[in-house]
Design a protein around this ligand. Structure first.
Ligand code: ADP
Ligand code: MG
Ligand code: MG
Ligand code: K
Length: 356
């Protein structure tokens, strides 16, 4: 019997649309002989539905038309999804879940916590690693503690910014200077992030970041290339080759990530072999520092001129569209998309057995 795999898509974060694309891609590439897909959509308001329509209608946002209201109870006795058809209650068993959700309330340990309570194995990092990976401040603290290279940063709360704006701005100017990057601490897809060149932009950037999070991180800007490495595994994680992003914009912002066809991925990255190896080694180290499971895409800055490498962040549920870096890097390393998905589900089951 094929394994019943729940695929979670949508979600409440600013990365809802990206998740629709990633999930559709995952569902299209999975081996239907081995897995029965149970698509589960979460609206931007956090409402859950069992989806019964075509995969193609997920990406265009019309999936709600063909869905049944559903809930995933934390009570482990159901071991699946409860849904409602014309007032009748039905249960769909779930053997495993692939949360293809990006950003807060999906990638940040919250969904993972629900799946833990429900006693259902799931793809990717556990609760703590997911939460830490989502929080750029916690991530940096742990990486720094482990002696891994990171860029200088400062942290402020929204209240500090609105209460002591002058002090906060001066502090940033003295300790980091311009340009710098202002970011909400917990988000992804470059949402709420600004590259800042002067005081006017700084004020706007802090206001913007404060709309997304109560915690704001400001980083020294590095003149760099974005390079990324895919890591896969539980106990013995391995690293893919390294890829480079060539955005046609000032930095890898939301436009460049999802809208701009001029953005190019270069695989492998145009770096000396020893730098590629350094990055792969750092990727596995960073993965272990956060105690990741299953997968993560580890992102770096490669400084122009000096060749210095800094760990930027770990993404515990990276993009999974057919043009996304995580699966592309594995393809280039000899692991096809379909096989990668199977490996991820195997790792999820392995981890579950390890814990239970
Ligand atoms: P997200 O989680 O939203 O992807 P990132 O921290 O990765 O946030 O920032 C998004 C992009 O902004 C990076 O991929 C990079 O292009 C640029 N960027 C972020 N921080 C810096 C920095 N300190 N120096 C140079 N570029 C940066
Ligand atoms: Mg991110
Ligand atoms: Mg990033
Ligand atoms: K992250």
């Amino acid at each position: 019997m094929p394994l019943k795999l729940g695929v979670l898509f949508g979600g409440q974060s600013g990365e809802h649309e990206v998740s629709l694309m990633s999930a559709a891609s995952v569902m299209k590439n999975i081996d239907r002989q081995k897995f029965e897909i149970i698509p589960i959509g979460i609206t931007k308001n956090g409402h859950w539905y069992l989806y019964k329509g075509d995969i193609d209608d997920i990406q265009n946002g019309n999936w709600l038309d063909n869905s049944y209201k559903a809930i995933l109870p934390p009570d482990p006795s159901y071991h699946g999804l409860i849904y409602f058809v014309n007032g009748e209650i039905k249960i769909e068993r779930l053997d495993a879940v692939f949360p293809v959700l990006h950003g807060p309330r999906g990638e940040d340990g919250t969904i993972q916590g629900l799946l833990e309570l429900a006693n259902i194995p799931y793809v990717g990092a556990g609760v703590t690693s997911s939460a830490v990976g989502m929080d750029k401040v916690f991530t940096k603290k742990l990486l720094e503690h482990a002696g891994l290279p990171i860029v200088p940063y400062l942290v402020f709360t929204k209240k500090q910014w609105y209460g002591q704006s002058e002090d906060v701005a001066e502090n940033i100017e003295t300790r980091l200077g311009y340009p710098n990057f202002v970011k909400p601490a917990n988000l992804g897809s470059s949402v709420g992030i600004t590259k800042v060149h002067d005081r006017v932009e700084l004020t706007e950037a802090l206001n913007l970041a404060a709309r997304y999070d109560r915690k704001i991180i400001v980083e020294k800007s590095i003149n760099c290339k974005d390079v990324e490495c895919s890591v896969l595994g539980n106990e013995n994680p391995r690293a893919s080759t390294v890829g480079e992003i060539m955005p046609a914009r000032e930095f890898y912002d939301y436009q460049a990530k999802y809208c701009d066809t001029a953005t190019r991925l270069l695989i492998p990255a145009q770096l000396p072999d020893e730098k590629i190896e350094e990055i792969r080694t750092l990727a596995v180290k960073a993965y272990k520092v956060l105690d990741c499971q299953g997968m993560a895409r580890v992102d770096f800055f490669y400084e122009n001129g000096t060749g210095n490498v800094y760990v930027n962040e770990l993404n515990t549920i990276p993009g999974f569209t057919h043009v996304s870096m995580y699966p592309k890097l594995w393809e280039a390393s000899g692991l096809a998309y379909g096989k990668l998905l199977e490996d991820l589900i195997d790792l999820a089951l392995e981890r579950f057995q390890d814990v239970h």
